[in-house]
Design a protein around this ligand. Structure first.
Ligand code: SAM
Length: 244
């Protein structure tokens, strides 16, 4: 996968790209990341990339030309790739795991990181997606794009050591992940559930499924509204409801 990041702060990406999964993806040639500092396309001696809004009001807006020129440069450098051009925007569609899965299957992602008060509206004509990291406002799009990139890159086949672990992650199956335990079997009076130590894989799978559902039922009931529950799942939920 290729990723281009259009940003005023390319150095912010140095650390995330040189550690853990992103580093591994780059070393395995599964990922190529390129920075486009759009300051290069700014105007005048001070390479301005922002200007005041027509109609007045507080704050500065990103001018269209530097972003259009950044996309042109990426198109010239990679003319043949299918590109998903993603605008970082708190007013965009909320990012989630299914979006991370979609992004992980793309050939070429381009993230546009905003700054200041926002974008000249014409910049939106360039993009395929407008995406928000969540219902809060960050100073710029850099941190948001790092999170999205990380969530997508770890799903590229071959990046994670054990691919099964991505499939059972919270949100991948529509449920939160079940609890985990490692040695010691007892710690400060807290014991590992017996079922995990008896080697019966069918029972372990059933316990994990039930605990996963229970955690989702308790913490994120909204997630269950989208799920087609099995008869077994309905029976477990009925038990927990009757207990309350
Ligand atoms: N005035 C804008 C608004 O109310 O929508 C917020 C601008 S914010 C200070 C500057 C830039 O940070 C945005 O253009 C966007 O690129 C990025 N940003 C801020 N919050 C974000 C979020 N929740 N998700 C994605 N990007 C965000």
């Amino acid at each position: 996968m290729k990723i281009d990041i259009i940003t005023l702060f390319p150095e912010m990406f140095d650390s995330p790209l040189s550690h853990s999964m992103m580093k591994r993806a780059i070393e395995k040639d599964l990922l190529e990341v390129n920075m486009v500092n759009f300051r290069r396309f700014g105007s005048g001696k001070h390479q301005h990339v922002d200007d005041t809004p027509y109609g007045g009001g507080a704050g500065m807006l990103l001018k269209p030309e530097p972003i259009f020129q950044s996309i042109e440069e990426i198109n010239q450098r990679s003319p043949m790739t299918n590109k998903r051009i993603i605008l970082m925007d708190p007013a965009g569609k909320p990012f989630d795991q299914s979006m991370a899965e979609e992004f992980s299957q793309e050939e070429h992602l381009v993230f546009i990181c905003g700054h200041y008060e926002g974008y000249d509206e014409r910049i939106r004509s360039l993009v395929t997606d407008e995406v928000s990291l969540g219902d809060y406002v960050l100073t710029g799009g850099e941190l948001a794009s790092m999170v999205m990139m990380d969530a997508a890159v770890r799903l590229i086949p071959g990046v994670l050591g054990n691919e099964v672990s991505a499939e059972t992650d919270s949100h991948s199956s529509g449920l939160l992940e079940h609890p985990h335990y490692t040695r010691p079997a007892e710690y400060k009076g807290m014991a590992v559930p017996e079922v995990l130590m008896n080697g019966n894989h069918k029972l372990i799978e059933e316990w994990r499924h039930m605990e996963s559902l229970k955690r989702t039922f308790e913490r994120r009931p909204d997630m269950l509204e989208k799920r087609k529950l099995t008869d077994q799942e309905k029976a477990w939920i009925k038990q927990w409801q009757e207990k309350d």
